[in-house]
Design a protein around this ligand. Structure first.
Ligand code: PGA
Length: 224
C-alpha cells in the first residue's frame, strides 16, 4: 500500500477548498486505473485540510474513496481548553491525523511528551496517527503504524532529500516492516516516483504541491 497525503497547512479559504475538492474529484473519478488501485488497496489517498474546511471537503469527496485527515489534534482530552480540537470531537469525522509535524515542534514548541499524548489520544478515539519525525533523534511512541520522515531542510525549500539518504534514515529509525514509512519534503510530480518506486518507502506527505489538485493527482499517478 502506498499512501499519498496532502497537507494544506494554513492555506486556502472556503471557496478555494471547495474548488480544490471539486477539481480533484473530477480528476480521480474518470481515472479507471486509479480507481482499481484504490479498490485493491494498493493506494490510499488522504487529504488534510485545515479544520474549518474538513466538513466541506469531506462532503464533496464522500462518494470517493479519499480519506480525510486533520493536521493536528489537542494534547488535552477535552473540556475547558478554548480553541482546542480534541481527538474525541473528531471521531467519525476523520480517519487520520498528522502528529508532531516539524512546524508544530518549531512554532508551537511541541515536545516528545506532548506528541506521545496526542498519539495516545488519537488511537483512543479510533483515529490513525501519522507521526512526523525530523530524523532519528525524534522519539517514535509505541503503537505508531505510520511514520512520515521529513528532514527540516527539505520542507518547502525545493531541495528534496536524495532517496539514498532517505532509505538510510529509514534504517536508522529501526522501524519494522509493519510500520509504514513515508517521505515528505519538496515532493513534486517530477520526483515522486523516485520515492514511491522504492519497496521500502510506503508513501509521500506532500505540502506545497498538494495545494494544486492537478499536481497532487500527478504525484499519485506516479505510483500507478
Ligand atoms: P512541502 O511540505 O511538500 O511543501 O515541502 C511537506 C510537509 O511539510 O508536510
Amino acid at each position: 500500500m502506498k499512501y499519498f497525503i496532502a497537507n494544506w497547512k494554513a492555506n486556502k479559504n472556503e471557496k478555494e477548498a471547495d474548488s480544490w475538492a471539486q477539481s480533484f474529484l473530477g480528476l480521480i473519478e474518470k481515472d479507471d486505473v486509479l480507481q482499481k488501485s484504490i479498490e485493491k488497496t494498493e493506494i490510499e489517498i488522504v487529504v488534510c485540510p485545515p479544520f474549518p474546511f474538513i466538513s466541506t471537503v469531506k462532503s464533496l469527496l464522500k462518494e470517493s474513496s479519499v480519506k480525510i485527515g486533520a493536521q493536528d489534534i489537542s494534547y488535552f482530552g477535552g473540556g475547558a481548553y478554548t480553541g482546542e480540537v480534541s481527538a474525541r470531537m473528531l471521531t467519525g469525522v476523520i480517519d487520520y491525523v498528522l502528529v508532531g509535524h516539524s512546524e508544530r515542534r518549531q512554532y508551537f514548541h511541541e515536545k516528545d511528551y506532548t506528541i506521545d499524548q496526542k498519539v495516545a489520544n488519537a488511537k483512543e478515539a479510533g483515529i490513525e496517527p501519522i507521526l512526523c519525525v525530523r530524523g532519528n533523534h525524534d522519539v517514535i511512541p509505541g503503537g505508531v503504524g505510520i511514520v512520515a520522515y521529513e528532514p527540516v531542510e527539505a520542507i518547502g525549500s525545493g531541495a528534496n532529500q536524495p532517496v539514498e539518504k532517505t532509505l538510510e534514515m529509514r534504517s536508522g529509525l529501526h522501524i519494522g516492516r509493519d510500520t509504514a514509512f513515508l517521505y515528505g519534503g519538496s515532493v513534486t510530480e517530477d520526483n515522486a516516483l523516485e520515492y514511491v518506486g522504492q519497496d521500502k518507502i510506503d508513501g509521500l506527505l506532500v505540502g506545497g504541491a498538494s495545494l494544486d489538485p492537478g499536481r497532487f493527482y500527478k504525484i499519485i499517478n506516479s505510483a500507478l
